[in-house]
Every structure is written in C-alpha cells, then in structure tokens.
Design a binder for this molecule. Structure first.
Ligand SMILES: [Ca+2]
Length: 264
C-alpha cells in the first residue's frame, strides 16, 4: 500500500518524489483551505480596522454640544448676524403669529405690580405682541416653549425679547430685576436645530433662519442674573433670580415662497 511507503530520503539533491497519496492530497487541500481562511480573516480584520479608523475620524469631526452654535447644516448664521455665507434671505417677509403655544416648565403664579394690579405669566404672553407682558417659569434654564403655525411656512427670521421688558409706573425696572436669557435652541419639526445667542438687553433680537417648519420649539439654554432695582421713591427691591422670563418671541416667513398663504 502506498500509505506504508517509507518516506523519501532527505537528499538535498532532490531525487524524484513518489506521487501524492490520498492522505497527501487531503493535507494539501487542508493547507489551501487554511490559507484561504487566513486571507479571508485578514481581509476582514483589515477592513474592520479601516472602518474603525474612518469612524474615529468621523467622530472626531463632530462638534461638541457646546460648539453647535457655530454654523448649522443649512448654512444659517447662528450668531445673529446676516452676512458671511451668502445664504441669507434678503427678500420680503411677513410676520407670522403662532396659532398655539405649549410650555414645558413649572409655571409661576400671578404677581401684583407696584400699582396693585395682578399680572399673569402664562405662555400666551410670549406671543401677544406686547413686550410688557411675559411668559415666566421657575428655574434658570431648560424651560421649553413649543409653538405651531397655521401651516408649514418658510421661516426667514426668529426673534426674542430675552427678559421681562417692562417698567412699572413707579419706575421699577423689571427688565433689570429679572433674569435675562442669553442662549436658546430652536428645534423644528424636521428635527433641525439652531442656537441663538442673545445680548442681555431690552428689545426684540432677531436671527435669520432658512427653515421650513410647522412647529418651532424654544429651549432656554443659558441665562444671567438680574440685579436689585430702585424705584423713583428710593425703595430697593431684590432681583428675581429663581425665575426666567421672556416677553416676546417673533417669527417672520418668506413672502410668496410657498406655505405662507395661510398667514395672510
Ligand atoms: Ca408679551
């Protein structure tokens, strides 16, 4: 039998080898299979390594949460100015009043002003067109206010009066006395987000946006303290630093660019 054939002498001159036995062919086939398996495994590992490298690079390119406010994916300026990327809309726009507002926060009960009149702080105050009325919630950040529009509109600007923009008849400066909002995030119904930075001063501060939306949700991210105030009679009042107020939020949509017929 060939299986019992003694091994060939290990002559370095390489004498003729006998034909491969059945076991020899099995060994060759097993070796080839092993090499193919190693190659396939190596390819997988190489591919895995490259994939990991790409993932790490992609991950390192993503901004940290606190740096989102540099520029949005849609090219909208987030720092409140209107230049730089050439995408800002310069055509006509129309004011849009939300048809509904829904806060998520702990409400503040009505208070009495210096003339003894009660004033409420419900969310509707943020869209009533009156800067002397404010939406107010407890806390210094994290409050949200979701608004919906009569139909899907192409937003051109968003605006905020970032405190309680009011002076009482006795001269008490409620804007100075209350916290001021200095950064918010806007989230739209398609999931897009932009951040808006605000100066702690009176008045509506607008930011251009390029966003089609049916809803917009404001989230308060940062606020700054109020300060003690003194009325005309010389009486000093402590700041209201445990609540956050926003007098107004405003929206404008691109005119004649689809969707705005419902707001005319
Ligand atoms: Ca108001």
């Amino acid at each position: 039998m060939t299986d019992s054939t003694p091994p060939a002498p290990s002559d370095p001159e390489d004498p003729p080898r006998p034909p491969l036995s059945k076991r020899g062919w099995l060994v060759v086939l097993a070796s080839v299979a092993a090499v193919l398996a190693l190659l396939a495994g190596g390819g997988y590992l190489l591919n895995r390594a490259l994939t990991d490298d790409v993932s790490e690079v992609a991950g390192s390119a993503e901004p940290a949460d606190d740096s989102i406010g540099v520029e949005a994916g849609n090219g909208t300026d987030l720092d409140g100015d209107s230049g730089g990327d050439g995408t800002d809309y310069t055509g006509p726009s129309v004011p849009v009043t939300p048809s509904a507002v829904l806060p998520t926060c702990t409400p503040v009960p009505p208070a009495i002003d210096s003339t003894g009149r009660p004033h409420g702080y419900e969310a509707q105050n943020a869209v009533d067109g009156d800067v002397s009325t404010a939406w107010r919630c407890t806390g210094t950040s994290g409050q949200t206010l979701a608004v919906s529009f009569p139909c899907s509109i192409h937003l051109a600007t968003v605006g905020i009066d970032p405190g309680h923009d009011k002076t009482d008849p006795d001269g008490s400066d409620r804007f100075t006395q209350n916290r001021k909002v200095t950064k918010v995030k806007w989230t739209f119904d398609d999931g897009s987000t932009v951040e808006q930075r605000l100066e702690p001063r009176r008045g509506i501060q607008t930011m251009p946006v390029d966003q089609t939306a049916r809803t917009a949700t404001l989230t308060v991210l940062e606020t700054v303290d109020g300060q003690p105030v003194t009325n005309r009679a010389g009486q000093q009042s402590a700041p209201f630093n445990d609540v956050t107020s926003i007098s107004e939020i405003r929206f404008a949509a691109r005119e004649g660019d689809g969707g705005d017929a419902c707001v005319r």
